[in-house]
Every structure is written in C-alpha cells, then in structure tokens.
Design a binder for this molecule. Structure first.
Ligand code: NOJ
Length: 748
C-alpha cells in the first residue's frame, strides 16, 4: 500500500515536471526548460520585473542586492559599457543561476547620431534607407551596453494634435507596415546575437494612436474591423519581420486597457500570430489600470496583466508584490508564469546574453562615425517634403545673398526632435553654419527674429527685416521646438507658436522671395502662410545632420523626394482627416459644395445640395497623403492592368511608365492605390497597396509595375476573416493619393 502511494506521488510529481517542461529538440528551448526547472518562484518573478534603478531605488547598493538575489530581470536607462557590465557581472557571477539582465533604452531615432524623427523617416518612403538608419542606431546603442530598444513605434495616427505622431509612421497601414519591417530588420539584423544587433520592441500595442481628440493617454474606441484593417497591420508586419518584443500601451480600447487586454495580447498576438518573444508593459501601465477604473487594486492589476499576456512589468511593482498571492488564490497558474519566464529567457538566449553577457569596451570609434553621419544626412535629405515651389524659387543659386532668419535656423537641440536621450546638441549641424559653409560667410546675413518658436516678443523683427532688405532671398526656418511634440505633448491648435506668423509676414512684406523651411514634429496648420511665401520645404525635426541636408536641398546639391506620410489638415476642426476615409452616403465633391459665404441670406432649411463636408473648410486637406514635389517634373503614362477579371485569390499586374520631364536627375515615389467599390463592409475610397522609389535622369522613362494578390486585395470583414470579395476594383498609380492614372479590374 505504502509502495503504491509512493509510486502514485512520484508519477504525479513527474507529470507536473513534464508539464512545466515542454519536450523539445530546439537547443534554446531545452536550455530554457532546464533553467526554469531550477528557478525558485522569486527568481521567476524577478525575470518578470523591469526597473529604472535610479527611479526605483534610493541607493545603488539596493539595485546590486536585488540583482544578486535574482529579483530583477531587466533594467532600463542604464547606459555606458562599464556601468552595464558592472550590473551584468552581479547578475551573471553573483546571482544563484547567473541569468543575465536585458538592458533596455528608448533609442527611437538614433543613439548619438540622431536620425530624423520616425514620421520624417516615413516621409522618405524608402524602407532600405530606414533600415540602414536604424541599424546605425542599434550599433551605436549596443556599443554602450544597450541590447534592447523600445522601438519601432508603429502606432497609426490620424490626428496631428497627438504629440506622439512624431514618433510613428503616420496614418497609413501599408506604409507603416513597410516602415515597421524596415526598422525591425535594421535594429535586429539577421541574427540577434550578432555584434551591433539589438532586440526591437513593437509599440504601443495597440490603438494608442487613436487616442480620442489626439490627447495623449486618452481612450480609444476602435471597432474590430478598424482594429484589424488599420491599427494591427504594422504590428503584424513587425511580427513577420521577427520582432523580439512588444510593448502593451497606456490606452484603453473599447473599455479594456491595452495592458490588460486578453483579446489583443493573447487571442491575436499569441494565438493568431504565434508570437513567442515577450511582451513588456509600458511604464507603469499595469498599475495604471487602477486609474483607468479597470482594476480595484494592484493585485487585481497584476492578475489582469498576467492573464492578458504581459510578461514583464515595466517600472510599477504589481507583479513582484502579488504573484505569490495570486498563485495561492489560483487566480493565475504556475504554467502562465513559466510561459512568461520562458518568453523572456528565449530573447535573452537569442541575444546571446548567456554566452556574451558583457559589452566590449573597445577603442574603435562607433559613435558619430563619418559613415553614420553620412546615413543621417541622406536620411534627412530623403525625409524632407517640398510642399510649394512657385516659379522654381528652389533650388537657389549659390551666387545669391541669403538672409537666414528664424528661431530654428540655428537650434541644435530642437532640430534633433522628440525622444532624444543620448544625442548631444554639440553634435548637431544646423542650417545656418551649413549655408555659410556652402556659400561663404559674406553671402549670408543672419537674424534670429524670435529667440524660440514660442517667443511672443517682436523685438527681433527690426533686425530680421533689415537682414531681408540686405539679401536677395530669405530662408525662414520656423516650426516648433522639439519639446512641443512627443509623449504627453498634445496640442489643441496646430498653428505656428509665438509670433512666428507675424515674423513671416513682416519678412515677406520686404518683397524678397521667401523660402519657408519648417522643422516640426507634426503637420502644422500653415495654410494661411502658403500665399505669403514662395517655397515651403517641410524638413520635420531632422536630426544631427539636419542642417547640411537642408542646405543641400536648398541649393540643389540634393533634390527633394519625400512624400507626406500623413494628411495635412487646413485646421484642427477638420481632424480626423485621412485619405483612406469611407465614401459615406453623400460623398463630398467640389460641385456640391456651397461654401459658407455663398449661402443665401435667410435661406430656408434645406441641405443646399451639400454633401459630407464643412461649410468653412470644405472637404479637401491642405496637403494630401503621399504629396511631395520635386525640382523636376514627372509624367505618368501608359497605365496597364494585366487582366480585366481575375479569380478569387488570383493576381493582377498593374504598370505605368514614368518620365522625368524636367531638368534634374531625381527620385520619384510612385504610389499604387486601390478602391474596392463594394464590400460586405464599406471600403475606403482609396487604399495604398504599393509604392516604389525610382531614379530618373532628365528625359528618361522607366516602367514601374506592381503585383496585386490576395494580400493587397483582401480585408478583415465583420466575421474577423481576412478575405477578398468578388466585385469591381479601381486602381491608380500616381504621384500622391489624389492624382494618378486610373484603371480597373474585377474579381469574379
Ligand atoms: C513611456 C513611453 O510611452 C514608451 O514609449 C517608452 O518606451 C517608455 N516610457 C520607456 O521610457
């Protein structure tokens, strides 16, 4: 009898052990299983905890002690090979199991060599270039001990009031997916363990960019079809590119906070997509579920976070405080904890941290190398968007005398943009010295006009006007300081801050040609200024090499080729405004717009033949998605659609000839849009489904072709199925979202 019960107990224990260890042939999985079986619960919970030591502990000896006890799995914001190695040495040599830390940092668009902000990089429509830029960022960061960055930020946003629009890829899921893939590949390389590769983090999962009213941290209301068709594709693209981690976001989606959202984190990310890296919460976003009113206590928050699928808690301590009790109360299971720990260890193994935990302190220059700066400059060139160029004001002749005016003409800190922790303003090359370097000091006269973008004093105007009088052309560099966009920096109004409008008017009144260069983290409402200036170059916050890039563009040493990744509204009242909107029952059209001032006095109540638009703003944006000029011109001709009818899941090829009809060799970004005319749910009036950057010499013609398959033609329907539907499609290839040659085909 005794022997029988002994056997039974042994069998149960053995089965329990087996269930914790999934049998596997994969060497990493084997190592994970062995390790998990050795870990105490405290050590497991420790892996699920990430802190910024200086924010969490009063003394550094506490950090060491916690690491020694295996109570911390990851730190953020510790930089420098020596500092990182010191902590890593404690983890590896002094903790019981020697599990290395994973060290994270926000390297959003550059470490020391700052690239243009992500929204700007997206304006390049050049994924290869973006991958190179992100690889530089990863390489620089890893030389300082950082093996994990909280990038790419791939939140779709249709609201430029949202400060974080600067950090993301813009409004379109197709372009954002291309950027997500490029950024993940650039950061992670082919092998996470290779030198210079760092783990990426697709954030913020999900729906953060849909914050109501563009107010940061605000609620998002996203129907399932919109979630799948608009907000999820960039995250899926990151998964397909092998992204190591995801970050759950601050917002709630349809009433459920993203960090406690089992539907998005478990059902979609894990089950549908098969993601096997780990999910980290955003800073305190587990504990913030209490503020959301979704959790009553920190214990409740830990339970919801774990049950949703957040593996690691950043900064708040709900997990470390409550996991034991939650297990005792059976609110969560040890299998869930083992899985989270396995997800974290998997990435640590893939990064090679167990074999090479330390950062080599080398004398070889990695930061700000000539190559890195060259990539940063090229990235800034390709990111700039030419919005206006009357009478070919640009490029400027190098023999002209130039008045350089404006608060951002020599603003080394601000041109770097938001989310810059490690870039130094001393390394930034601004517009003023770059123009002086090109033309010589005698040809340049400088007046700031305003000390900063928010300056409300006009005391500098006299000098600015004088500078304009003494020059042939004025280059006005205006916009917003870097701190006006980014996290928690939403704006209700998008006009230029301070007295910048007045400065532009005062300078324009002198009568010299005016080139307005805008440095900003978001689309600004600059419609009132369009008639007042001759040319507009939208440079965004364009990083360390922003100045030389702008100088090259202004004087024709480089040709603008950027295209807008987000619609520019005429004013805030038009928001949300985006190109891939629905048609409505009364689609807006110019013939049926009775503008405000044309409404007859005492008109009787009627709909005036009006459609879905505003009486004051109409329905068109200031600048449409995909828009951007060049110094040359391009003609599109000969659109060919390979088949009139294709079967379900068939493919169709669409091609066009593009000719450079101007006098500069330049790049054009050809864009393909489709319109699925009828659907089981209403379809957007246009959807980007392909783009290609082509270089053309003057007079040269190249044919550009695209293949459309189920991937491009299907959409997520009301039953959460990704399906194409039979019916007619329009297709355009053109220079932006409102122009283009049109063809059609049908699925039958
Ligand atoms: C909060 C931000 O939302 C997130 O993007 C960032 O990565 C973390 N803080 C860490 O700094």
């Amino acid at each position: 009898m005794k022997r029988k019960s002994f056997l039974l107990v042994s069998f149960v224990l053995f089965s329990l052990l087996i269930s914790a260890q999934k049998p596997t042939a994969d060497p990493i999985e084997k190592k994970i299983n062995i390790l998990i079986n050795k870990m105490t619960l405290d050590e497991k919970v420790g892996q699920m905890f990430q802190i910024d030591p200086s924010a969490f502990f009063k003394s550094s000896s506490d950090v060491d002690e916690w690491i020694r006890k295996g109570k911390i799995g990851s730190v953020l914001n510790v930089i420098g090979a020596e500092k990182v190695n010191a902590l890593q040495r404690i983890a590896v040599k002094e903790s019981r199991l020697g599990i290395p830390l994973i060290v994270g940092r926000d390297v959003i668009h550059g470490y020391r060599t700052i690239m243009p902000i992500p929204l700007a990089m997206s304006s390049s429509w050049n994924p290869e270039m973006v991958a190179m830029a992100m690889h530089v960022s990863g390489k620089e960061a890893s030389s300082d001990g950082i093996r994990w960055t909280f990038a790419p930020m791939i939140d779709i946003s249709r609201d430029p009031r949202w400060g974080r629009v600067a950090e993301g890829p813009g409004e379109d899921p197709y372009l954002a997916s291309a950027m997500a893939k490029a950024m993940v590949e650039g950061l992670q390389g082919e092998d996470l363990a290779a030198s210079g590769s760092i783990a990426a983090c697709a954030k913020h999962f999900v729906g953060y960019g849909a914050a109501e009213g563009g107010r940061d941290y605000n609620t998002s209301l996203i129907p399932e079809t919109e979630l799948r068709n608009i907000y999820l594709p960039s995250f899926k693209a990151a998964k397909d590119a092998g992204v190591a981690t995801y970050m759950s976001s601050f917002n709630d989606i349809n009433g459920i906070p993203a960090s406690g959202n089992r539907h998005t984190l478990h059902d979609i990310l894990r089950n549908e997509w098969g993601f096997n890296g780990f999910v980290v919460s955003d800073w305190g976003s587990i504990a913030e579920m209490i503020n959301h009113g979704f959790c009553a206590t920190s214990k409740d928050a830990a339970e919801k976070g774990i049950n949703a699928g957040v593996d690691m808690e950043m900064s708040s301590s709900s997990y470390i405080e409550n996991i034991k009790t939650l297990l005792d109360e059976k609110k969560i299971s040890i299998q869930q904890i083992n899985e989270s720990v396995a997800n974290i260890l998997r990435i640590k193994f893939k990064l090679g941290l167990f074999d090479h935990p330390y950062t080599s302190v080398s004398t070889e220059k990695v930061l700000l190398t000539d190559d890195n700066l060259k990539i940063a400059k090229e990235m800034a060139i390709e990111s700039a968007v030419l919005l206006k160029n009357d009478k070919q004001t640009l490029p400027l002749s190098k023999s002209l005398k130039i008045a350089v005016i404006g608060p951002l003409a020599d603003a080394p800190h601000d041109q770097m943009g938001t989310w810059v922790f490690d870039g130094k303003k001393a390394d930034s090359k601004t517009v003023l010295p770059a123009i002086i370097e090109k033309l010589g000091a005698t040809q340049v006269v400088y007046a700031k006009g305003l000390s900063i973008s928010r300056d409300k004093s006009v005391s500098g105007f006299v000098e600015a006007i004088e500078a304009a009088r003494n020059a042939d052309v004025c280059v006005l560099v205006v916009g917003e300081e870097s701190i006006l966009s980014g996290e928690a920096h939403s704006l209700a109004e998008l006009h230029l801050q301070g007295k910048q409008n007045e400065l532009i008017e005062a300078v324009a009144a002198v009568g010299k040609p005016v080139v307005m260069v805008v440095m900003a983290g978001r689309p600004l409402a600059i419609g009132n200024l369009i008639p007042k200036v001759d040319a507009i170059l939208y440079a965004w916050h364009n990083g360390t090499m922003g100045g030389p890039a702008i100088a090259d563009l202004l004087f024709g040493d480089a040709i603008p080729s950027g295209k807008l990744p987000i619609t520019f509204p005429k004013g805030e009242g038009q928001i949300p405004i985006y190109y891939n909107h629905k048609s409505t029952g009364r689609p807006a059209d110019i013939k049926n717009w009775t503008p405000l001032d044309k409404i007859p006095v005492e008109a009787v109540q009627h709909s005036l033949g009006n459609t879905s638009h505003y009486l004051d703003y109409g329905f068109e944006p200031l600048f449409p998605f995909g828009y951007g000029l060049s110094y040359t011109t391009f003609a599109y001709s000969n659109l060919k659609v390979s088949k009139n009818v294709i079967p379900m899941n068939g493919l169709v090829e669409v091609s066009v000839d593009i000719t450079n009809t101007g006098k500069y060799e330049a790049d054009e970004v050809a864009q393909l849009y489709i319109h699925d005319r009828f659907g089981s749910i209403t379809r957007p009036v246009k959807e980007l489904k392909g783009f290609k950057r082509v270089s053309l010499k003057p007079g040269e013609t190249k044919s550009v072709s695209f293949t459309l398959t189920k991937t491009e033609l299907a959409f997520w329907n009301n039953e959460s199925k990704f399906q194409a539907e039979s019916g007619d499609f329009d297709v355009w290839i053109g220079s932006n979202s409102v122009e283009g040659l049109k063809g059609s085909f049908a699925i039958k």
